[in-house]
Design a protein around this ligand. Structure first.
Ligand SMILES: [Fe+2]
Ligand SMILES: [Fe+2]
Length: 200
């Protein structure tokens, strides 16, 4: 059976996405997903998702890989990536393929997130951008200047990064059984540990 590697995932991303900040968003979601995997393994792991952090990170790297090509027609977002998966030999029953199908599901209507990995992507996607939005308004413009309390505070200020749907993030409590504070901490720490790759 075909196995997507991190190296191949980065190759696909870099071939199809040139904008540095967009690429960094994909890396950030990859780091976040790897961190959420580690958290779930120690807490309430369900055997419905790939049991290694690299597969989770790969999903993050690839989840928006067609974004630059589809940003003017959101109905196509994820569909291009799914085509590339097929060309690469990823089967339609592969957890990576299924998870990509669940992304942007509100527009494509293809698949509601179901597994822990799929819900993790749904819940952390916007949170990574929200954390970046907080880091860049800090005087030092660094992820190290961000803390959980600060993120929670901005979370309550609806005017701040108003486009970020808070509800999508707080679903981590219901869907992943992770308290919001812990979820923010896991995602923030995962990003901070890899701040060099995120340019922050
Ligand atoms: Fe997306
Ligand atoms: Fe995304």
């Amino acid at each position: 059976m075909y196995k997507m590697t991190k190296e191949k995932a980065l190759e696909i991303l870099h071939k199809n996405m040139q904008n540095t900040n967009l690429r960094r968003h994909c890396y950030a979601v990859g780091f976040a997903l790897a961190g959420i995997y580690d958290y779930l393994k120690e807490n309430n792991w369900k055997a419905d998702s790939p049991d290694n952090s690299e597969d989770w990170e790969i999903l993050g790297i690839l989840h928006d890989s067609d974004y630059e090509l589809t940003k003017d027609d959101w109905t196509q977002h994820t569909l291009k990536t799914l085509e590339w998966f097929k060309e690469e030999g990823v089967s339609e029953t592969d957890p990576l393929y299924l998870a990509e199908t669940s992304h942007n599901n509100k527009i494509t209507g293809l698949r509601e997130p179901q597994t822990q990995m799929e819900w993790a992507l749904e819940c952390c996607d916007e949170l990574t951008g929200f954390i970046v939005a907080i880091a860049v308004i800090k005087p030092e413009k660094k992820l190290s200047a961000v803390d959980v309390a600060g993120v929670k505070k901005k979370f309550k200020q609806k005017a701040f990064a108003a486009a970020v749907e808070r509800e999508q993030i707080s679903q981590c409590e219901e869907k992943l059984n992770i308290p919001l504070d812990a979820f923010v901490e896991v995602v923030l720490t995962s990003m901070q540990k890899n701040s060099q790759d995120l340019g922050l």
